[in-house]
Design a protein around this ligand. Structure first.
Ligand code: SIN
Length: 303
């Protein structure tokens, strides 16, 4: 595994929600542990950081252990995860993770999830006031944790939640959408109406696998979220539908493993892209995708 890949060039002046970025390639939340990668690769990680902005693993108010194992299942062209948002909680994040994440050479996006709008409000106020944080992402879309809320699936609930949360921080707010909704574009419109600065999609599709020896559910959490190239066509359709309905930037993701895949998401209307499952196979995938994408963008437009 090597960090020797050259950074893909991009036009100067690129930005997302007013935050200058060196290019359009982010990571999907929870798919790249930058703190562990720094331990493994040292300062080489900072010199050749794979993404143009870094999105943290989703945090919650209270610490969480996550779901019981097994947490992963490999599928044709993808995987199902049932991780369950293990994290140190708000206080642990601020004390332990944030000081390490601010050393990354790119803007930091912090992803948060609450079991109520009050919890989200605490997270937004607690993290959003920190100068080191460039943007906030509201994870309304985790399939592995039962929130008791339907705000990611229903336009009305999404609008009510964003409406209440929007005034609590001056930081740009990204709303992460679930593909497991009847009308993701309707949810995106509702988020925009309530003041979201961008939407990101897709999170994982609900999935399940059975242990061939026992016939019982394989995952400790029983169901999980399917990601990887297996969901790319679904993600492209949803990104296209959302981009047609909103004026705010769309961050597109779902099985991106190459510059060609990223280009398809831009063609579908995304302003930026995020690499997720591919990071588990190749931790330098973000840089490779950026490099390949820059090469493709430099090609003349086809007739
Ligand atoms: C998880 O930790 O369960 C995955 C996070 C997500 O899908 O939002």
């Amino acid at each position: 595994m090597s960090w020797q890949l050259a950074a893909g060039g991009w036009q100067s002046g690129f930005e997302l929600c007013g935050v200058p970025l060196r290019g359009p390639v982010l990571n999907g939340s929870g798919t790249f542990d930058a703190i562990a990668a720094r331990r493994a690769f040292g300062d080489a990680l900072l010199e050749q950081f794979p993404f143009d902005a870094f999105v943290s693993k989703t945090i919650t108010v209270e610490p969480r252990d996550g779901n019981p194992p097994p947490r992963l299942w490999e599928t044709p062209a993808g995987m199902i995860n049932s991780i369950g948002l293990p994290n140190r909680g708000l206080e642990g994040f601020l004390a332990h993770d944030l000081p390490q994440l601010v050393e990354l050479p790119v803007p930091l996006v912090v992803s948060v999830m609450g079991f109520s709008v009050d919890e989200l409000a605490r997270l937004l106020s607690g993290v959003g006031e920190r100068a080191e944080v460039a943007m906030m992402e509201l994870n309304f879309s985790c399939p592995n944790v039962e929130t008791g809320l339907v705000m990611g699936a229903e336009p009305e609930e999404t609008e009510a939640a964003v409406d209440r949360l929007r005034p609590l921080t001056e930081k740009p707010l990204i709303v992460k959408l679930t593909p497991n909704a009847v009308d993701p574009a309707g949810v995106a419109e509702a988020a925009e109406r309530a003041g979201a600065d961008a939407v990101s999609l897709v999170n994982t599709l609900k999935g399940m696998a059975f242990d061939p020896r026992t016939g019982r559910a394989w995952l400790g959490g029983v169901t999980g979220g399917l990601s990887g190239p297996a969901i790319r066509a679904v993600a492209l359709e949803q990104v296209h539908a959302v981009a047609e309905r909103v004026r705010i930037p769309v961050i597109g993701m779902g099985g991106i493993a190459s510059g060609h895949d990223a280009r398809e998401f831009l063609d579908a209307g995304a302003a930026c892209v995020a690499v997720g499952t591919e990071n588990f196979r190749d931790p330098a995938a973000g840089r490779r995708v950026a490099f390949e994408l820059a090469e493709l963008q430099a090609l003349p437009v086809r007739d």
